[in-house]
Design a protein around this ligand. Sequence first.
Ligand code: PMV
Length: 361
Amino acid sequence: MKEYPQFTWPIISELPDQGIITCTSPSNIALVKYWGKRPVQLPENASISFTLDACKTTTSLTYRKLDNSSDDFDFELFFEGKSKPDFKPKIQKFFERIESYLPFLKQYTFVIETSNTFPHSSGIASSASGMSALAYCLMQLERKINPNISDAECIQKTSFLARLGSGSACRSIEGPITVWGEHKDIDGSSDAFAVAFPYKIHQNFEEYQDTILLIDKGEKQVSSTVGHNLMHDHPFARKRFEQASENITRLKEVLISGDLDAFIEVVESEALTLHAMMMTSLPYFILMKPNTLSAIHKVWEYRKKTNSKLCFTLDAGANVHLLYPDSEKDQVLEFITNELVAYCQNGQYICDKIGWGAKIL
Ligand code: PMV
């Protein structure tokens, strides 16, 4: 069994009585995908992602010290101003998982108020931004208790805690590109937390754009948790994990060299492979919709006609993320409004770009 940093420190100053901490944390989009995990929330392969900028969660954590520590976690949850008892079990489970790393949790009563910049049930996963924002707030409280924690330790532990809330959330703490999962070619990489891509990124990726086509805003029929679990007995699992690992090596070179044709090949292949894994699971399932495929074909046509470096990726849903260099912004947005908006539910899409991670407000 591999040992990871325990990230537990003695409580060295008085617990603060009360206060409020507010922070924002963005979503992220994987370029090499994480699909398949082992307990507890450890990835079967390394993944790499662009941290986003506009799609984010803002969370306020109000804390008040209890006179006597309680037997269970004591918290209330509000989403966009409304009490959300149905979100509580997920947070309860998160607290149970992280309690041994934040031993002061039961000594407080918390009010967690959270809101997203992207529309609710837009098909954009809010777990990455939501869990990373909450982990960030909790770590800021821990920092008040343990002011000796260094910035580096704080970032690592925040990512570590976020991972225990939702795997991909650990990649949202920093930007603009992060890697989660131990990989021989990425210095400092770990299964326990994400690290910022530790090499100089080519200027081609500066301000890289991600326009998200909201193809289908309905609830997904199969959750990521179920999808990850189906990789346990998947006939192609071993090969897939090897392929992802090779793609990390390839993408590392691409991010350094700025070779956008190679970028397109790795990223689109990863997106389609993720969905191929879903289609070849037992039970099998399809999360793409007809309009997902129509948009992909249009992107291919456009690229052929214009030599553009526009490409697509997908997460575990029907929406299409369009990735392209900042220098092509005007032309691509024109293409989207003329040819792709028709495939979006209610004509909706979100303009986002590569971003810098979580921050305190
Ligand atoms: O972190 P989860 O459990 O929501 O899984 C995320 C899975 C994908 O978005 C499909 C891939 C990834 O690496 O983000």
